[in-house]
Structures are given as structure tokens and as C-alpha cells.
Write a protein that binds this ligand. Sequence first.
Ligand code: SAM
Length: 338
Amino acid sequence: MHDRLDRPLRSLRLSVTDRCNLRCQYCMPEPDYAWLPRESILDFEEIAVLVDAFASLGVDRIRLTGGEPLLRRDLASLVELLAARPAIRDLALTTNGVLLARQARALRAAGLHRLTVSLDTLRRDRFQAIARFDELPAVLAGIDAAAEAGFTSLKIDTVVMRGRNDDELEALLAFGARAGAEVRFIEYMDVGGATHWSSDAVVSRREMLARLSGVYGPIQPLSGRDSSPAERFLLPDGTTFGIIASTTEPFCAACDRSRLTADGLWLLCLYARGGLDLRHPLREGATHGELAHLISTVWAMRADRGAEERLGSSARDVLIPVAALKRDAHLEMHTRGG
Ligand code: SAM
């Protein structure tokens, strides 16, 4: 199953809730938000039916996300349902880590393969300034608990912002090495919801590499990126890390990712203005075959290259104004799932 740019349908990011227990400045900076209606949120059986339709067309990697996925009640049961599907070869979860200490063991037991924890700073005052909750100790406890629960290939995702946390790259790498986690630095993106975004605040991949090689010496690129958004590198001391350069050097040509919101809207690109509503056909009794047909028809027409188009736009500024976000929550990053 390939799209018009010959990209396969492989990775699905499943947002299980639009709610979050942090208010990160780069994602949810506004004072209030409109939430998806409760009755529109897919239940676990509905998610599993859709996953089966996607899997029959080639999806074999799933990442659970949100919002904050650990806020979804009984998430381990969904993990168990999905882990039982042999077609899903890779089952991962992205979390802010606040609730991880109490859930890591259950998630592991339920069959979750991999975990990524978002962590932008190691300084408590900064954490509070960026995420607007004093939860750094809880996140650090969550990372410890994840390692104890047996998650070995832990990743830490850091959104790098000029003047906010860009002086912590080395400290985060050292922390990752101690914690047995690979750090990935993400360029600040102008996604929907990033209403405080400005190009000045972006620290580019090029700048990060220049700075790190000034500190550590020559940095070696590692091969084997395939469709992953992160490019990986090796420091002279043996530490590996990644950079996700979606803003300055996007990689749309290899993008096999799509996203399903918690209420069943299927988005073909992080930057897409709209998507395919799968909740209505599902709730109206569409069969597995009908759902698969819908999905394959839409994927076959996909030609999205949102990040590359953004790169080409002159006078790049905030992508979607607050008023438009208020009218349509589906435009928000926290609804789409990062
Ligand atoms: N709550 C979970 C978490 O914090 O990991 C999952 C959802 S969050 C939206 C997923 C990822 O999106 C996080 O790593 C977050 O840092 C990233 N993200 C959100 N807004 C971003 C932006 N403007 N630029 C780059 N990354 C962003």
C-alpha cells in the first residue's frame, strides 16, 4: 500500500486522549482549551477494530500518544489488546513521564515494547517555567521506574528552544548516558498549537551539531535511519544521540507516518488541515473490509509534504492563529498526538 509519492503505510500514531497534565509553552501555551466531547472518544474495542484495518494494509508500528496517554484510564488494557496482534511488530509509547512511576510495571507486563519520555530540562525552576507544573521530580522518578520495569531501549525527547534550554544539551546527554536512555533533540516546530513559535527560537540541527562538536570533538553520523524522523550520531566518548530536524531539514520523502486522534480522525500529515473521519463509519457498522477500503483509497491519494512546504514558505510565522484553533481542536498538536 503506497501513496502517490511511493511512501508505504507503516507507522500509526494513536492518540488516546487530548487531555494533558502539563502545559508546555511550545505545545499548549494558551490559558484555556476546548476539549473533544467525551462521547466522541473511541473505546479500546473501537481502536482495536481500526488497528486491524490499518494492519491489514501494512501498518506494523504503533506509537501511543496524546495529549498525555497515561491519563487514559486503564491504558495497560489497550496495550495488552494491541500487543496481542502479531502484525504489530513495534508497540511504543510517548509520555511526559509524570505518571510513569506508578504505571511502568503494568505497561511492561501488558506487552509494551518501547518507551519515549519527553524531558526538556533537568532544572526544576526551568521545568516549571516551560511545562508550568512542578513535576520534574515525578518525571525523573518515572524514568527510573521505567528502567527498573525492564524498558531497555528508553528514549528521551527534548524540544530545544533558544534561550530556554539550549544550554542544557550536554547535561541532558550526560543524564541520558547515566539513565541508559538515548536523547533525541527535536527542533522547535511550528505545528498547530505552537502559538508562541518564532523562527528565532528554533535551534537548528546544524547549530546543535556545531555546538556539540565544539564540546566533544568530531561527531560521526550513524547510518540506518530508514523512515525514522531522528538522525543518529555518535560522540567520540561512545554516546549516541539523535536529532529530529523537522523544521530546518524535513524528511517528508521518507514519511510513512499517519495519526489517529482519540475521536477517530485520521490525519495523513502533522501539518494537514483536515483528515478522514473513521469514527462515523465505524459506529455505523462498517465492516473490516469497508474500513480497509476507505483507508487504502485515501492513502493512495496522499501527496502531503507539510514540513517541506512550510520550509519553502516565505516569512514563516505561527502556523495557525488562536481563533482558528479554538474553532477546531483537531488542528492542535495535543489533539493530533506528537
Ligand atoms: N504528552 C506526551 C509527551 O509529552 O511526550 C505525548 C504527546 S506530546 C504532544 C508528543 C511530543 O510532541 C513531545 O515530545 C513534545 O515535546 C512534542 N512537541 C509538542 N509540541 C512541539 C513543538 N512545537 N515542536 C516540537 N515538538 C513538539
